[in-house]
Design a protein around this ligand. Structure first.
Ligand code: DX5
Ligand code: ZN
Length: 218
């Protein structure tokens, strides 16, 4: 199976968002990654529910929504209504993670769990079978265009081992500093999906960059 690509609209042109959503529609990307920030869990604020709902109308790809907010369980129903297909919460922001994942799935979405760079994958041991997608942060969340944290490669391999040992179907998605070089190493280490923001949208030919990421097979 080739790697899933999820372009992050955080680096898109917000004055012409429809144009960038159309580009993603034409591209080989399977998902489109939406970064939601509250200025509390992370030191930045991005965009919110009305923007997600508009993107849903224009997008033919699965909406991969990454919540960088405190108490994410308060917003499960709102993001379902806005059109999220995958809803990812941070483990560091979720006191009752098991319940939150059940609620996301009961609402009809795939349930994702994101880990900050310092959070060890062994924190997932007791919950891995209940997770559809683990999102490993390879930068500190909050901003696009940061440099890749090298430890993410080894972390991906550790998570691959945990998933294989438990026989779970969980997908591994990596977010932050992804380009052809880091992307190749992540795929080799066992990543199933790559998020890419600035590498796609700051390039001259975003569709071609997405095509190149799709080619990064182990
Ligand atoms: C950062 C976000 C990322 C961001 C990645 O908090 O979670 O999705 O858009 O941007 P790049 O690919 O530029 O590192
Ligand atoms: Zn993200």
């Amino acid at each position: 199976m080739s790697v899933i690509v999820s372009p992050s609209l955080l680096s898109a042109d917000f004055l012409n968002l429809g144009k960038d959503v159309e580009m993603v529609n034409r591209s080989e990307a399977e998902w489109v990654h939406l970064d939601i920030m509250d200025g509390v869990f992370v030191p930045n604020i991005s965009y919110g529910l009305p923007v997600v709902a508009q993107i849903k109308k224009a997008s033919r790809k699965l909406l991969d929504v990454h919540l960088m907010i405190v108490q994410p369980e308060r917003y499960i129903e709102d993001f379902r209504k806005a059109g999220a297909d995958i809803l990812t919460v941070h483990i560091e922001a979720s006191t009752h993670l098991h319940r939150t994942l059940q609620q996301i799935k009961a609402a009809g979405m795939k349930a994702g769990v994101a880990l900050n760079p310092h959070t060890p994958v062994n924190q997932l041991e007791e919950i891995i079978r209940d997770i559809d997608v683990v999102l490993l942060m390879s930068v500190n969340p909050g901003f696009g265009g940061q440099s890749f944290i090298e430890q993410a490669v080894e972390k991906t391999a550790k998570l691959r081992k945990l998933i294989n040992e438990t026989g779970s179907q969980t997908l591994i998605e990596i977010d932050g500093g992804v380009n052809y070089e880091t992307g190749r190493r992540l795929v080799e280490a066992g990543a199933d999906a790559l998020v890419a923001g600035s590498f796609v949208f700051k390039s001259q030919d975003p569709e071609e960059i997405i095509h190149g990421l799709k080619e990064l097979d182990a």
